[in-house]
Design a protein around this ligand. Structure first.
Ligand code: SAM
Length: 281
């Protein structure tokens, strides 16, 4: 087990009240991502199941692997790695999601903190993953991943694939149109999927032999209320809720997935995740 050098959780607890001018960006991000933690954990986060399995397979994660999952959310991937026999550590900005992750991955070392300032020593891990946690503009987080990897270690990432392969494309567009802040942030984050961008980020951070492929990502909802609880749970939705209000946002977002609704009222939404692995040079 890799004990973190300094656990940042205290910082979260100390700042869990009102936003202050000195509040770090990651604490604010963590509060947003934890705003509907149960709904994110159980209605949304299973979207990564197929991609997580594929990335762990390419990285050779199994018994004896020291694995770090960065921006681990509510621990869906960390739990899976633990069941494969890996020794798992994880970090996420949201203390609420980390609480759920501790139930999903009981033997893992899970901490609240900032992926741009990992509390582990150089060369602590055989593999580092981040499932939809590292995006455009996050090269410094990849450099942290490289720092905590042992020589020859592998990194694995996922992010949303091409727009024309996303059943949720119209949902992304409607959410991005809700406020200029959300729209601009989504464009910046999604830039990682443009040709050559993740490859350049990885090279800059000290990785080589980049391999990239696509995996299906399935979301299933029992009914309209189930769908809405899932769709309002990501942290990116928080500023949109504040800007236009719950009822208006629901009226704008739910119609974007109406065509994926069956006669019994349930939904099946098929997206594509881009998966990437690379190796420490
Ligand atoms: C799209 S979710 C991904 C969660 C999970 N890995 C998954 O498979 O879905 C993005 C996650 O990044 C976390 N996050 C955002 N900024 C962060 C930061 N600076 N440091 C650590 N985690 C961060 C959020 O709290 C959230 O859990």
């Amino acid at each position: 087990m890799n004990a973190p050098i300094a656990v940042a959780e205290e910082a979260v607890e100390n700042t869990s009240g009102e936003t202050t001018e000195t509040e770090p960006v990651w604490v604010e991000a963590g509060r947003a991502w934890g705003h509907a933690a149960i709904d994110w954990a159980y209605r949304f986060e299973p979207y990564g199941a197929d991609a997580i399995e594929a990335v762990f397979g390419r990285l050779g994660v199994d018994r004896g692997t020291d694995l770090l999952d960065m921006a681990c959310g509510s621990g869906f991937a960390a739990g899976r790695a633990g069941r494969l026999g890996a020794t798992v550590s994880g970090l996420d900005a949201s203390a609420a999601l980390i609480d759920i992750a501790r139930r999903r991955a009981p033997s893992a070392e899970l901490v609240a903190g900032d992926m741009f300032d990992l509390p582990w020593a150089d060369g602590s891990f055989d593999a580092v993953t981040s499932f939809n946690g590292i995006w455009g503009g996050c090269t410094d987080a990849l450099a942290e991943a490289r720092r905590v990897l042992r020589p020859g270690g592998g990194v694995g990432l996922t992010f949303w694939g091409r727009g024309d392969r996303l059943d949720m494309r119209d949902w992304f567009i409607a959410l991005g149109s809700s406020t200029p802040q959300v729209g601009e942030e989504m464009i910046s984050l999604a830039s990682i999927g443009s040709p050559g961008v993740v490859e350049e980020m990885l090279t800059t951070a000290g990785f080589g032999d980049v391999e990239r492929w696509d995996a299906p990502s399935i979301l299933e909802f029992a009914d309209e209320d189930d769908a809405w609880r899932a769709l309002r749970s990501p942290g990116l939705v928080v500023p949109a809720l504040a800007a236009v209000g719950e009822d208006e946002l629901r009226n704008r977002l739910l119609p974007t997935i109406e065509r994926f609704r069956a006669a019994d009222g349930s939904y099946r939404i098929v997206n594509e995740l881009t998966c990437v692995v690379a190796w420490a040079t």
